[in-house]
Design a protein around this ligand. Sequence first.
Ligand code: CO8
Length: 258
Amino acid sequence: MHYETLLTETRDRVATITINRPEARNALNARVQSELKSALDEFRREEEIGVVVFTGAGEKSFAAGADITEFRQRKALDVLAANMQQVYDEIEGFEKPTIAAVNGYALGGGCELAMACDIRLASENARFGLPETSLSIIPGAGGTQRLARLVGKGRAIEMILTGRMISAEEAHSFGLVSRVLPQGELMEAAWETAKTILSKGPLATRLAKLAIQTGFETDQRTGLVIEKLAQAVLFDTEDKDEGAAAFLEKRKPNFKGR
Ligand code: CO8
């Protein structure tokens, strides 16, 4: 499919979505948001695609947040109807693993997009922040919830109330990103990470993500029940037998997703 504000590319079962508005630091206008939703629908249907990577065009910005030029005409009912929070929920619950390759500013809705992904890798020049209170609004696409869950309540409150931007290194020390890389190595690292995930049992990957995410939103006892049920499902699959056989026969497994 062709998109006006996104570039998409697939290499070896890894799809990359590049937000392509570098002149506006990849600000997420309504068009980007609806195209992100369409791209997710497309990649959900494409069986061949196993992992989705998000990044931004250019060397300065991943995404500088919602497009502020669209704010003036927006009122309460527009925000109630807005789909940014919904699109990010879809990314978080996406059936296939997602990676944010944060190549510069990840601010506001850009930081919220990265936080909705399963894995965050950052280039050394990446900067993270939720500066919405400077505009007298709050992070409204999951930021007040996901940041606290990722970095802890105290750090989240400090970042949101001050709007402070943090460096890639600080984001790493907070646990907001898993790795920091030189900019030239970021996309390859994202691709390598995706390839590693793709070498695992696809049903196990999917159920592990589901168990972690659902378990995180509930009490441990319920989470353990979800884990047990997911494991029981996996023990009835051909891929589980193939995984064990391949290990014992000292060869690579050939998983079929069933
Ligand atoms: N929206 C619109 N345009 C933007 C945005 C943005 N978020 N960010 C940058 N731009 C534009 C600038 O206006 C500028 O345009 P022009 O060339 O026409 O003047 C161009 O991009 C380049 O920007 P700068 O000259 O400022 O570039 P710098 O490299 O000096 O700085 C920064 C880059 C630090 C990213 C800076 O542009 C900046 O601070 N941007 C705003 C960041 C921000 O406040 N983001 C939060 C937005 S609010 C939000 O995301 C809420 C999400 C939830 C909403 C849910 C509602 C339903």
